[in-house]
Design a protein around this ligand. Structure first.
Ligand SMILES: [Zn+2]
Ligand SMILES: [Zn+2]
Length: 452
């Protein structure tokens, strides 16, 4: 196998891997960088030397899916292999991506935008092929073939890892993975048989685990904190990815409310996250890959966020829990805009419940000391941070120790690191070299092929 990382930097951005097996050419994921705009946000599709035979889509987060319409426009014959749940979500998330790009164009005047339009999404929809879980499937062309087998990855609804077998060699790709059960998905169910190559995400490679901290203790701490802020008259902003994290938090709030342990206050959600609740409900009924019911929305009396924003700096007119996208508080998103009404007021709080890239507004806010200045570009407003800011460790990504254990159980000859910032990759490389001395650890140079 020849593997080329087409992500343009060693980071979590436009995730995209090119795999070549003899004359066959496959791509795993084709994402869009959340921090960049326009063509800068794309993976290096220009480095693909010819027609692509197929695409494996691990899940529907935009850092894995966002550029797929362009790849399929270039390769109209390529099929997109995905879990059945993923085939239900892809179109809705790509349509939202068009809306975001159109808005960016209005604001920045960038004429490249949107990078694709509805007919491109239709082409993706037509190319999608659902592959059953734990069921080997041969794909190929002209007498050459590989066998792909999907395994649920526990990261978000429909997420998979993939085993690819080619000429007696076994290559396993984790995709984004979470080994413990969450509320909307079971933990990863990966095989533990030996492989030749392990291609592994390392999102949390630079995050030491905290002794005694579990998902249950973090959830309890989050609920206690929400109750305290609301009881003291404040509002809580929970920035969350619209797909996955938002439904996880809704389910947590619902189960807490049913136990009589949640304060009684209005809960507001943003549009895409609410829409996706319907899609997760549908996937729950049609597949065994998700556990979510739209009933939760009526049980919690969820209200959709008004498009009439309060002027920046002024406190929100209605006290509540604001569960809004995006998780990293990317500029112009509902979470970012509502933060402009939250930060100046000491009774309020912002609670982060997922991963934040340090260079996004969310990451910047986490690093800001109390009393610091937070600039809202485009709103002409600077907040003085008086609200409480706290992080809760409810990530959808595996702990670094779990990843090391998983790597050991597969005993590969080569490990390729992906989906991590430089410090995460560095820790992972050093640790794996120590505990698996016979194994070659690769932190691939973007755009440079590795022979495996
Ligand atoms: Zn993801
Ligand atoms: Zn990802």
């Amino acid at each position: 196998m020849r593997l080329t990382d087409l992500n343009s930097g060693r980071e979590i951005g436009a995730n995209c891997l090119l795999l070549e097996f003899g004359g066959l050419r496959y791509v795993i994921d084709c994402g869009m960088h959340p921090k960049f705009e326009g063509k800068k946000a794309l993976p290096r599709l220009d480095l693909i030397p010819g027609a692509v035979d197929g695409v494996i889509l691990t899940h529907c987060h935009l850092d894995h899916l966002g550029s797929l319409p362009l790849l399929i426009r270039q390769n109209p014959g390529a099929r997109v292999f995905a879990s059945s749940a993923t085939t239900l979500f892809a179109r809705r998330l790509l349509s939202n991506s068009i809306q975001v790009m159109k808005r960016q164009r209005e604001e920045s005047g960038n004429e490249e935008l949107p990078l694709y339009v509805e007919p491109d999404i239709e082409r993706v929809e037509n190319a999608l092929a659902a592959v059953p879980i734990a069921n080997p499937r041969k794909i190929g062309r002209g007498g050459e073939e590989v066998t792909i087998t999907f395994h649920l990855a526990g990261h978000v609804a429909g997420a998979i890892g993939c085993l690819i077998e080619h000429q007696k060699k076994r290559h396993f790709f984790t995709g984004d993975v979470h080994f413990q059960a969450q509320r909307t998905v079971e933990g990863a169910n990966f095989p533990r048989q030996p492989v030749d190559t392990l291609v592994m995400e390392c999102t949390r490679g630079a995050t030491p685990s905290i002794p005694g901290l579990t998902r249950a203790t973090e959830e309890a701490r989050l609920i206690r904190s929400i109750n305290r802020v609301i009881d003291d008259g404040g509002s809580v902003l929970l920035p969350a990815f619209a797909f996955g994290r938002m439904q996880e938090i809704l389910k947590l709030l619902d189960e807490t409310a049913a136990a009589g342990e949640l304060v009684d206050v209005p809960i507001f959600c943003s549009g895409l996250g609410l829409d996706l609740c319907d899609y997760l409900d549908e996937a729950t009924r049609k597949t065994k890959q998700v556990k979510f019911s739209r009933k939760i929305l009526s049980e919690l009396g969820i209200r959709s966020l008004s498009r009439q924003y309060t002027p920046p700096g002024k406190n929100l007119p209605e006290q509540g829990i604001y569960l809004l996208s995006s998780g990293m508080m990317v500029e112009k998103t509902p979470a970012w805009r509502i933060a402009a009404n939250i930060l100046d007021h000491e009774e309020n709080a912002v609670f982060f419940v997922g991963y934040c890239d340090p260079e996004t507004p969310g990451g910047e806010l986490i690093g800001l000391p109390p009393g610091g200045e937070f600039k809202f570009k485009g709103l002409d407003h600077t907040s003085i941070l008086r609200a409480e800011v706290e992080r809760f460790h409810l990530s959808g990504h595996a702990d670094r120790e779990e990843l090391v254990d998983f790597a050991k159980s597969l005993a590969p000859r080569d490990i390729v690191l992906t989906h991590g910032d430089p410090p995460a990759r560095a820790w992972m490389k050093e640790t794996l070299q120590k505990v698996m001395p016979g194994c070659r650890i690769h932190d691939p140079e973007p755009g440079v092929a590795l022979e495996l």
